[in-house]
Design a protein around this ligand. Structure first.
Ligand SMILES: [Zn+2]
Ligand SMILES: [Zn+2]
Length: 476
């Protein structure tokens, strides 16, 4: 078993390897080197290197091929681990149904309107096939996962929106599974209504009517919200069927599945940070897995900062403080592969930021908001001329607004976009902003703060929009 220091080293090497994959423009099939060569290059023991390789494999961006001519081979990543990582993190953080539906309202109508602009023959066929599938549902069959929303998001052709909506739908499905429909006929009625809404959205998207698609999508999500709020039990009881961990799954995958199961159980039990979830012996018994699989799962839980193993008396799997960074890195890496355009990033960022400022306007009476506004009113130090300081201030202003807006989901999504921008920035060596840019940004922030203070919602939205457009040249 590795020590904490070795785990950290392995995580750092994993990140280095991933950065190299990005630098090599994702040359699928190329080798990053043999196990031996990589061990020499990083100057680490075989066990540390193997742990680093397991993390890279967990992100599904490279695979170790054994034997002659083998090595760590770059492969096409899959959205699965990225979405799972973020879902586990968000569940662990504890998001509310209100946050979830608010996030859907910010992103899905945007996806619907983009879909109306970008739909093609294949997309129309795909959406119609989903609608046909919905009609075939009968009592006794498993309730269809709301596949429609995923299929519609795909038609936006925006990889950032697609991934975020996928995360939101997974979380919605978890809530919906906890809802109680009293009778089968009630369930059918709900599904029928859903089907009518979906059909209308597809018609608007197919005919290219973005405004209509957007409006119908908003209305549909509001209806779904109302339904979930009526049917969702007051207390969150997470009676889940335990996930079956069968031996047919390859051992690496088994570790990943076990990590997800333990993550779920930790979230479900409302465990406090610092408490012992169980000893290794007790958990081996409980999950009925081999020690090797268990330890693989622990590595992943540690990597995602969900729990860590403490040795010695009173030790065991200890609940950790949730940290967004691992989820942000996993998602950012996957999105780098999907290679979103600046415009893809900007339109999602704008939607989130405009919603954030509107929420902060509503909260303007609170002391936290007042403190934030006061902190950002101080004058720019004209004499310093330090542009990097100003860049940090720009970041603090926007992330600060997101935190005040208080939606953990949208806050995380915005940080992912910022991280993508940062990676893009450092790899392209873009010119830093000029001092005139810095002053313009500071002025824009003051004007936004004024509108928030005055409680002028529409003016605040306008100024944020204008600021983002103008700042775009160096912000994104
Ligand atoms: Zn729906
Ligand atoms: Zn700004």
């Amino acid at each position: 078993m590795s020590t904490g220091r070795e785990s950290k080293l392995a995580a750092r090497i994993a990140r280095d390897l991933e950065a190299e994959i990005v630098r090599r423009a994702w040359a699928t099939g190329e080798s990053l080197g043999s196990e031996h060569a990589l061990q020499e290059r990083f100057g680490v023991s075989r066990s540390v290197l193997r742990e680093a390789v397991r993390l890279v494999e967990h992100h599904q961006v490279a695979r170790m091929r054994r034997g002659p001519g083998g090595g760590l081979i770059i492969c096409e990543p899959d959205a699965g681990p990225a979405t799972r990582a973020v879902v586990i993190y968000l569940e662990h953080l504890g998001t509310t149904l209100g946050d979830l539906l608010n996030a859907r309202l910010v992103l899905e109508p945007l996806a619907a309107s983009l879909a109306a602009e970008r739909i093609d023959e294949a997309g129309i066929a795909r959406l119609r096939a989903v609608l046909a599938g919905e009609q075939e549902w009968r009592p006794g069959l498993p309730t269809p996962r709301d596949e429609f929303h995923i299929a519609l998001a795909e038609q936006s052709k925006n990889p950032v929106l697609q991934l975020f909506i996928d995360v939101l739908m997974r979380l919605t499905t978890r809530y919906a599974m906890q809802s109680r429909t009293d009778t089968a006929s009630e369930a059918i009625e709900a599904l029928d209504r859903m089907h009518i809404d979906h059909s209308e959205i597809v018609a608007a998207v197919t005919s290219g009517d973005s405004a209509q698609a957007k409006m119908l999508s908003e209305r549909h999500i509001e209806a779904v919200t109302a339904w979930l709020q009526r049917h969702h039990p007051g207390t969150v009881s997470r009676r889940r069927k335990p996930r079956r961990l069968t031996a047919e799954v390859p051992p690496g995958k088994l570790g990943e599945m076990l990590a997800a199961t333990i993550g779920d159980d930790i979230a479900a039990g409302g465990w406090q940070v610092g408490s012992v979830f169980g000893t290794e012996t007790a958990l081996l018994e409980r999950y009925r897995v081999s020690r090797a699989v268990f330890r693989e799962a622990v590595r992943l839980l540690e990597y995602h900062s969900i729990a860590h193993m403490r040795r010695g008396p009173g030790g065991g799997l200890v609940i950790a403080k949730p940290q967004a960074q691992a989820s942000i890195d996993t998602i950012a890496l996957y999105l780098q592969y999907r290679d979103p355009s600046r415009e893809d990033l900007r339109c999602v960022r704008d939607a989130i930021e405009i919603d954030n400022v509107a929420k902060v306007v509503k909260r303007r009476g609170e002391s936290e908001v007042a403190a934030f506004l006061a902190a950002h009113r101080s004058d720019v130090d004209e004499t310093s001329g330090d542009v990097s300081d100003a860049t940090a201030e720009e970041f603090r202003f926007h992330v600060g607004l997101a935190q005040l807006a208080g939606n953990a989901l949208l806050d995380l999504f915005l940080r992912i976009i910022v991280e993508l921008f940062r990676r893009h920035w450092t790899s392209t060596g873009q010119a830093p902003p000029t001092w005139a840019d810095v002053l313009a940004v500071h002025h824009a922030h003051l004007r936004i703060a004024d509108a928030i203070e005055a409680g002028d919602d529409s003016l605040a939205r306008y100024r944020v929009r204008r600021h983002l457009d103008a700042a775009a040249s160096w912000w994104l």
